[in-house]
Design a protein around this ligand. Sequence first.
Ligand SMILES: Nc1ncnc2c1ncn2[C@@H]1O[C@H](COP(=O)(O)OP(=O)(O)OP(=O)(O)O)[C@@H](O)[C@H]1O
Ligand SMILES: CC(C)(CO)[C@@H](O)C(=O)[O-]
Ligand code: BAL
Length: 286
Amino acid sequence: MPAPAVAATVVDLRARIASWRAAGERVALVPTMGALHPGHLSLVEQASKAADRVVVSIFVNPTQFAPTEDLATYPRDLDGDLAKLATVRTDLVFAPTPQEMYPDGAGTVVTVGGPSAGLESDARPHFFAGVATVVSKLLIQVGPDVAVFGEKDFQQLAVIRRLVRDLHLPVEILSGATLREDDGLAMSSRNVYLSPEDRQRAPALHRALERAAARIAAGEDADAALEEARGEITAAGFVIDYVAHRDAATLGQPQDGRPARLLVAARIARVRLIDNVPVSPKGQNP
Ligand SMILES: Nc1ncnc2c1ncn2[C@@H]1O[C@H](COP(=O)(O)OP(=O)(O)OP(=O)(O)O)[C@@H](O)[C@H]1O
Ligand SMILES: CC(C)(CO)[C@@H](O)C(=O)[O-]
Ligand code: BAL
């Protein structure tokens, strides 16, 4: 397939989408920060099954980075991303500049309650307002029927579902399963920061979560299972931000009989990784 067309301005984006709308076509949006990997491409494939036209946004959103974080060094490779998108059906890439997205004087911030509290917000207090603001803008700019987000960013997914619900945005949010490397490490654009040694250690995150989830599902004490997971993750060389057992929908405390999730964020050297796995409700284990 040829490389997809690129729109850099909201005016151009809207003109192209208007022509599809005039033909009665359904539109899907896949928001990304680029440096695409197979996990992103799986979301694009899911989008192409749900709509006639697929828009992928590539924008490293400055408002979700703290001044101490990696905005300047975040991997960027638009040409490489376009070549990867040519292998799946993408009709349009929206790649705005920061000035296009946040024109001088832009001062509107979207904050979401509920699932934003705790976890990522404890380590990155600025994060969800930045994400909610840029995702609101993208949803308003594109006006898609569906938008697809990855379960890898599980709290982000819950925040976006709440944003869409609370603002009555007319879009269906779909989620895509986490694609993993063969050794279980969740694919992530930031994995390129890992040294070869830390790359060897990194699958410990997923292994520890899976073990703890199996123990909790088998009826063992959740606090003990989490403590053992923390020990394994620390032994692999990570500094833990959180290892948590939460209700999968609200991200509040887990409730008996409702789907739950184990979530982790941890740092190895200067690289911060996140991951999560499901826990089957009691009585529903294989
Ligand atoms: N391994 C994966 N499998 C499926 N979806 C993913 C995966 N990694 C990221 N995504 C999803 O892709 C979308 C864009 O994410 P983003 O561009 O931040 O990529 P990322 O790999 O998560 O990068 P980062 O290293 O910044 O976390 C998000 O909805 C995210 O949840
Ligand atoms: C949703 C998103 C594209 C907003 O910048 C980003 O947080 C991401 O890539 O997960
Ligand atoms: N995938 C989440 C984007 C971020 O960490 O900024």
